[in-house]
Design a protein around this ligand. Structure first.
Ligand SMILES: [Fe+2]
Ligand SMILES: [Fe+2]
Length: 192
């Protein structure tokens, strides 16, 4: 999984700073972290696997929507950046703790994932912030990553209308959110 991610990353993302960003990721728990505490891909390596799934789903959707000439709309680099990196806000975000569970009448300790957010900056906006520390994003890439949670985004729940304008003007925002939904809800292993 890690090598598929790195191969896709290196084959598609060539802009200045991309090497530094990958180096940063390799020094975090990106390749071992889960994708959630219990909902989707809640296992070691789940975050990397989810990122790969969202990337391939996004590529599929873009081709479905725009056909052979999809690269007139988006570069392969943009698709790789938003697909592979949309959730890097989850780096150094989960920790493992132990809890007591009853197994055949006796108590035993089992590990479980819980959130310990070391940089509480939000979700999509946090991914944009982290990426921007290493390389520049185009406005469209930043918007797509920023709003990839769609209606689940806390700002949207709080009443922000910016997302509707972003979805209205920038098809990549709609496509990335859809790819994230399809990957998380229809294709990944789900917990309770
Ligand atoms: Fe996300
Ligand atoms: Fe995601």
């Amino acid at each position: 999984m890690k090598s598929s991610f790195i191969n896709l990353y290196n084959a598609n993302i060539k802009r200045e700073g991309a090497d530094k960003l990958l180096e940063y990721l390799e020094n975090t728990d990106f390749f071992s972290a889960p994708s959630s505490t219990r909902f989707h891909s809640a296992f070691e390596g789940g975050l990397c696997q989810h990122s790969l799934k969202v990337y391939s789903k996004l590529l599929e959707l873009v081709k479905l929507q725009y056909g052979e000439r999809w690269q007139d709309m988006f570069s392969a680099e943009s698709i790789a950046i938003v697909g592979l990196l949309h959730d890097i806000c989850k780096v150094n975000y989960y920790i493992t703790e132990l809890r007591n569970v009853k197994v055949s009448g006796g108590w035993t300790q089992r590990p479980y994932y819980t959130v310990h957010d070391k940089l509480p900056y939000g979700h999509g906006e946090k991914s944009v912030f982290i990426i921007s520390n290493y390389m520049r994003l185009s406005a469209v890439e930043a918007l797509a990553i920023n709003w990839h949670m769609g209606g689940f985004d806390d700002r949207v729940k709080g009443g922000s209308y910016s997302i509707s304008e972003a979805f209205d003007k920038y098809p990549l925002c709609v496509l990335l959110h859809t790819a994230d939904l399809l990957a998380s809800y229809l294709e990944e292993q789900r917990g309770e």
